[in-house]
Ligand binder design. Structure first.
Ligand SMILES: C[S@@+](CC[C@H](N)C(=O)[O-])C[C@H]1O[C@@H](n2cnc3c(N)ncnc32)[C@H](O)[C@@H]1O
Length: 226
């Protein structure tokens, strides 16, 4: 099984384990790759929708892995019992949904050695939740796949809530500190995006002026990060 750049980067964040849960598996490509490449001995591929579960089952069967990857139908982390897997991947969903999936079954989440999260929208919502809830961020990665940036966050349950500057919810402090090869371009992309939004605001209503001030502050903070 060959994975795209995003799923490959997710796989590279996985430390060897006995069993892994892939939440929202869809096609099942990630668990297939993980078992084939000995990242884990066994995997549970779960999805809230029957269509993806059937698709994953077929792909797993075609790869001859039905005895090593079990497909389960259900929401979030509710498809497993405590201790069934040592880690989980929750990838390819929005930051709000990933946060809700973790909160809904926090006891299961607590039992993991780590989880790999890949918010494809609103990563800032997820990072804010991670910091404020006090989870430990083990590592982060960033990649470009089909011209879009993707963030990958490896976390572990913790209970040390922290307040950090809002800008670090949007741009990872860990990626900045480790001078990730894409972080400069990523920040420049954000500055460009906010400048474009700024330039579309032409009226002088109070709301528009407030929004422009907000955008200017954000652009200045982003510039300080580069
Ligand atoms: C865009 S796909 C991502 C597939 C794969 N994880 C990836 O990163 O390429 C999102 C999948 O998540 C599933 N999904 C959405 N909400 C879910 C939930 N609450 N629990 C489990 N699966 C969910 C959808 O049915 C869909 O198959």
């Amino acid at each position: 099984m060959k994975l795209n750049e995003r799923l490959t980067k997710i796989a590279l964040m996985i430390s060897k384990c006995d069993a892994i849960l892939d939440v929202g598996t869809d096609h099942g490509y990630l668990p297939i790759y993980l078992v084939q490449n000995n990242f884990c001995k066994y995997a549970i591929a779960s999805d809230i929708n029957i269509g993806p579960v059937n698709k994953a089952k077929l792909n797993i069967k075609l790869q001859g892995l039905s005895d090593k990857i079990e497909c389960r139908l259900g929401a979030g982390l509710s498809t497993i019992h405590n201790g069934e897997t040592q880690c989980a991947v929750i990838a390819g969903m929005g930051g709000n949904l990933i946060r809700d999936i973790i909160e809904e079954n926090i006891d299961i989440f607590k039992s993991f050695d780590y989880a790999i999260l890949n918010p494809v929208q609103n990563p800032e919502v997820l990072r804010e939740y991670i910091y404020k809830r006090g989870f430990e961020i083990i590592d982060e990665d960033l990649c470009i796949d089909e011209s879009k940036y993707y963030e990958i966050i490896k976390v572990k349950y913790g209970n040390k809530p922290r307040e950090i500057d809002d800008i670090y919810y949007e741009v990872s402090k860990i990626l900045i500190d480790k001078k990730h090869e894409l972080i400069k371009k990523y920040i420049e992309m954000k500055i460009d995006k906010y400048n474009k939004i700024y330039n579309t605001i032409t009226d002088t209503s109070i709301n528009s002026l407030d929004r422009k001030k907000e955008l200017t502050d954000k652009i200045n903070k982003l510039k300080e990060l580069t």
